[in-house]
Structure formats: C-alpha cells, structure tokens
Design a protein around this ligand. Structure first.
Ligand SMILES: [Cu+2]
Length: 76
C-alpha cells in the first residue's frame, strides 16, 4: 500500500531543476518514487506512508524551490 501525493512547485525551469528536486525529495524517509512534471510544475511523490508537508517543503527548499499555494494539487 502506497500513497501518492502531487505537490505544486514553483520556479522549476529545466532538467537540472528536475534532478535537484527529485534528489532532495527522494532522500525523505519512506519515499519510493518521485516524478516531476516540468511543464505542469508538479512533483508526484509516492511513499509507503504519507510524508509530512513540512518535510516535503524542506526538501523542495533545499533544492532551491518553493511549494506553490496551495501546495497539494492531488492525492491518490
Ligand atoms: Cu533548472
């Protein structure tokens, strides 16, 4: 059983941004898969259990970006 949550991230503009966000969010405990849609500005995070928004925000910040408002654009 996994949880997938889609986050909106502002400022990503190229593959390097995608790689940075994927790497940082991928370090979070329990995260199994990170998929970035550059054109949509969304990051889909699949994890064994729900990851806290604060942790995702911190990882995105570490990569040099910010979560949009609202930060979560879909779950499933
Ligand atoms: Cu970039």
């Amino acid at each position: 059983m996994t949880v997938t949550t889609n986050y909106a991230v502002t400022g990503m503009s190229c593959q390097h941004c995608v790689d940075s966000v994927t790497a940082e969010v991928g370090k979070l405990a329990g995260v199994e898969q990170v998929q970035v849609d550059l054109s949509a500005g969304t990051v889909s995070v699949t994890s064994a259990e729900a990851v806290s928004l604060d942790d995702v925000r911190a990882a995105v910040d570490e990569a040099g970006f910010d979560l949009a408002d609202p930060p979560i654009v879909g779950e499933g």
